[in-house]
Design a binder for this molecule. Structure first.
Ligand code: HT7
Ligand code: ZN
Length: 878
């Protein structure tokens, strides 16, 4: 496939001032008439033709200024339309007719039907599947849209912007017209039509604008959008208070859709969501689902300013909207919930998803410079590392200067298609700082190693810290220059309080609680210390680096107990537990079974029981790292089978050691029936109670507690926690099979809950899982074309079941590749995303590496691979 390069960027030859579209929606096909008011950009050669993008399109008419274009003057193909002989300077109108077949659109890009509902997905390049267009984010226009459909089939007709007209038409049809007064790129275009229920509300913005809010769902489900609506209103208020950003239309509509490639889409005034991120109640959704809905609702809403009003000049700048908007949604959740708990969960996600990407074959900088398929760049690096870069900027500048930079960005670039350079320039100006070294973070791929060593001189009362940064060249081949790394820290005294740290001779590299490391190596001396402090390093995970720090077990244990910074306590304990498990796994592979020390497990028990900490944090501290996480720490020659057994045995030993404590905690934390609250505090108590069930059950070697919890559960968090223990720890027991059957019978008609049922079985670490998963593919409720269902089964196995995916005989790899090939013919984007499960194949042991490579090479040899899947497979093999 063709490689697109950032360095080749040129503005389009033509501008589009106005877009008017009419959609005639019918069963079987949709006719689209698009009227573009265009003009050649100043300075462009008069003879330059107009080249429009298309994708699988069929042209039905073409007229220039009202007159059909003669066939000699244009060349048309499904993926392009080239028109010659256009006016040299004047404005002209181009009318383009296209016929679409939404029911056959299984790629779910462009116009498609989901359970009968007409809906669109245009980011990144879906608009070109609706009409021929300059389908690029720097072409901004205002849009007017008219929708016509059968009134019974589609009583609701929605588009971007504000509604301006509606009425009846002959033959039981009707129409609706919408105008979006804001300039927007085509990727933010959306229409929806169908039989939909609605949950309505309204809000008055800070300047007094009345906004009608509506969440549309499939029939009968609107009530389940209540929490999403509440999250939306809180998001709108928060953006006003925290960033001074106000909403700008009369309506804000959200539509929940069953078939959707990603989480949600921020189309102007008409967000379209995967229904997973809208529909909730306590019986069908876990606390994690609630938190996910809050985050995604906020994220898409925040895009209204960071993404929509200020968009990206080109797709290389994707992190400009995504990294920044993730930062904003994380800040929102931190303010709404618990800041340390949110931060820990983000760091956990970053390490689990972004670190392997950054350290493997799919590595790319936060702002990439080349791509073959842009859909494959909606990655953890662009989103999550992108957010970390914004957070570092806030740390380096401080709250006020950061806010001033954001204000300038909003003011200077409102209505623009901007770049990362534009963004950084705003902060450089308001802070009066040279941020060119910081900007390297956007261009240099990879996770820098931050090596820290310390020495304490009791006589002199000094602590000398040495910090070194090193970035290795990885798959992306980008630069390795030292970057600006803000390292937050604390010096903790024996009494558990921070000691005021004085850097020798007012070292300018130390400012408050932050060391600004800008060189490859730095030595910093702290003076005036009358005791050896505990070094609490990289607090708040102030930079996305791999910390290499020879820290004694005693120091880690002490920090896990004493650090006044909650993140610091979690960091010390999880590093201790993680390293202990990784060391044991490595050693096991060499010389047989190993265990983690009782001291380490005792620290977990102590954290679980520490009532000075909030329960959600205690749950984070006492959950053992997952198998994939342990594999990441082992780093090379990984044996997933050993890790699986080691983890299960460690869980059992933790359950033995914590027995009494864990049981009484579970009793204390039990919630009186009928008193469900979705609040973060209640969710935290459930999280702590539920995370103790796994070790207790493993220690008992019996499913009784889990079976009892399953039977008595009154909410989905408790039910899923119990069912997970049953299915994963006691797969052969009758109670486990009965519980699975009960779960199915209860929720058979609820697709979102059924996804959990499919995923849980695919993630079950058993000898017969592959056979069971194969059978699931033939289950009457399995539909490969539905991305959530496909992700549940393929992702459940490839992403959440390491000991089966990495089976020694390679059957797991072959099974996944086989299903991916089938999925690719329906939905390349989803297939490509699932294929990234192979990204760490080189860290496996030699026998597994060989199996993985063989399976991938066989997949690569398939003739009809999509560009999406081929791009991932070929880069993974490189
Ligand atoms: N900006 C949205 C990205 C998105 C997307 C991208 C490619 C294909 C389908 C898609 N659906 C949504 C989501 C977001 O980050 O807010
Ligand atoms: Zn986004």
């Amino acid at each position: 496939g063709q490689i697109i390069k950032l360095e080749d960027y040129l503005p389009a030859d033509f501008v589009i001032h106005q877009v008017d579209m009419t959609f005639d929606l019918r069963d079987g096909h949709a006719d689209v008439l698009t009227r573009l008011v265009m003009q050649r950009r100043e300075g462009v050669a008069a003879e330059a033709p107009l080249e429009l993008d298309g994708d699988e399109l069929s042209l039905t008419s073409l007229a220039l200024n009202g007159t059909p274009v003669s066939p000699q003057n244009y060349t048309v193909a499904p993926d392009s339309l080239k028109i010659d002989d256009l006016p040299a300077q004047d404005q002209f109108t181009l009318e383009i007719g296209t016929r679409l077949h939404p029911e056959q659109n299984t790629k779910l890009m462009g116009l498609y039907r989901s359970n009968g509902i007409w809906c669109t997905q245009c980011e990144a390049q879906g608009f070109r599947r609706i009409t021929y267009f300059l389908d690029r984010p720097d072409v901004l226009a205002t849009y007017k849209v008219r929708l016509e459909a059968d009134k019974a089939a589609a009583p609701v007709l929605l588009a971007n912007g504000n509604p301006v007209a509606s009425g009846d038409l002959p033959n039981g049809r009707h129409f609706a017209e919408w105008i979006d007064p804001h300039l927007k790129p085509s990727y933010l275009f959306a229409i929806v039509g169908g039989r939909l229920d609605v949950l309505k509300d309204s809000l008055t913005t800070i300047s007094g604008r009345h906004v009608e809010l509506a969440i549309y769902t499939e029939p009968g489900l609107a009530e389940r959008a209540t929490y999403a609506m509440d999250a939306l209103k809180r998001s709108m208020w928060w953006d006003e208070r925290r960033f001074g950003r106000e909403y700008d239309l009369d309506v804000f509509n959200i539509v929940a859709i069953s078939d959707f490639n990603m989480g949600a889409m921020e189309n102007k005034g008409l967000n379209v969501f995967n229904h997973k991120y809208v529909l909730l109640d306590s019986e069908t959704a876990t606390d994690a689902d609630y938190a996910g809905v809050e985050t995604v609702i906020a994220h898409e809403y925040f895009h209204n300013w960071t993404g929509n009003r200020i968009t990206c000049r080109d797709w290389f700048q994707l992190c400009l909207k995504e990294g920044l908007t993730v930062y904003r949604d994380q800040e929102f959740s931190s303010d709404e919930r618990s800041r340390p708990v949110k931060r820990i969960s983000c760091v956990h996600t970053l390490k689990a998803n972004q670190f392997p990407e950054d350290q493997g074959p799919l590595q790319h900088p936060v702002r990439p410079t080349t791509y073959r398929e842009i859909n494959n760049f909606y990655t953890a690096t662009v989103y999550d590392k992108g957010s970390e870069l914004v957070r570092m900027l806030a740390t380096i500048l401080g709250e006020d200067k950061f806010r001033a930079g954001m204000d300038l960005y909003f003011e200077r670039h409102d209505g623009d298609a901007a770049t990362i350079e534009d963004f950084i320039a705003c902060f450089a100006q308001t802070a009066n700082m040279d941020l060119s070294q910081f900007a390297l973070w956007y261009n240099q791929a990879g996770t820098p190693r931050l090596t820290v060593s310390q020495s304490y001189d009791a006589k002199a009362g000094t602590l000398t810290l040495n910090l070194q940064q090193q970035l290795d060249k990885g798959a992306a081949g980008t630069g390795t220059l030292p970057m600006h790394i803000p390292v937050r820290f604390g010096l903790v005294g024996a009494n558990g309080q921070d000691i005021a740290a004085e850097a020798a001779s007012d070292d300018a590299r130390v400012s408050g609680d932050t060391i600004h490391l800008t060189t490859a190596s730095a030595t910093i001396v702290f003076t005036g210390l009358n005791q050896r402090p505990l070094l609490s390093i990289l607090r708040d995970f102030s930079a996305p680096v791999q910390l290499q720090y020879e820290e004694s077990e005693a120091d880690r244990l002490a920090l896990a107990r004493l650090d006044p910074d909650a993140y610091g306590r979690w960091r010390a304990l999880t590093d201790l537990v993680g390293d202990s498990l990784a060391d044991a796994a490595r050693q096991w592979a060499k010389s047989g079974p190993q265990t983690v020390s009782d001291t380490v497990l005792g620290a977990i028990v102590e954290a679980a029981d520490d009532t000075s900490l909030e329960p959600a944090l205690r749950a984070q501290m006492c959950s053992l790292p997952g198998e994939t996480e342990i594999a990441r720490l082992v780093a090379e020659d990984v044996n997933p089978e050993i890790i699986h057994t080691l983890r299960l045995q460690t869980l059992a030993r933790l359950g033995m050691l914590g027995g009494e404590t864990f049981r009484s905690l579970r009793a204390e934390l039990a919630e009186p029936a009928g008193e469900f609250s979705a609040s973060a505090a209640s969710a935290g108590r459930r999280a702590l109670r539920n995370c103790l069930l796994a070790p207790l059950s493993a220690a008992a070697g019996r499913p009784d507690d889990a079976a009892k919890q399953y039977a008595q559960a009154t909410n989905m968090s408790d039910r899923m926690a119990a069912l997970t223990v049953l299915v994963h720890q006691f797969p052969q027991e009758l109670v486990s099979q009965d519980a699975l059957t009960d779960f199915y019978n209860r929720f058979e008609s609820d697709p979102l809950v059924l996804d959990k049922w499919f995923a849980l079985q695919a993630a079950s670490p058993n000898a017969d899982t592959l056979e069971r998963v194969e059978a699931l593919l033939h289950h009457e409720k399995f539909k490969l074309a539905n991305p959530n269902r496909a992700r549940a089964v393929i992702g459940g196995l490839a992403g959440a079941n390491p000991s089966v995916f990495h089976r020694a005989d390679g059957a797991g790899y072959r099974w996944v590749c086989g299903v991916l090939l089938q999925l690719d013919s329906l939905n390349p984007q989803t297939a490509a995303r699932m294929a990234t499960a192979f990204r760490s194949w080189r860290s496996m042991n030699p026998a597994l590496r060989q199996q993985a490579e063989a399976a991938l090479r066989q997949l690569a040899a398939s003739e009809n691979l999509s560009r999406d899947l081929r791009d991932i497979v070929e880069r993974t093999l490189k």
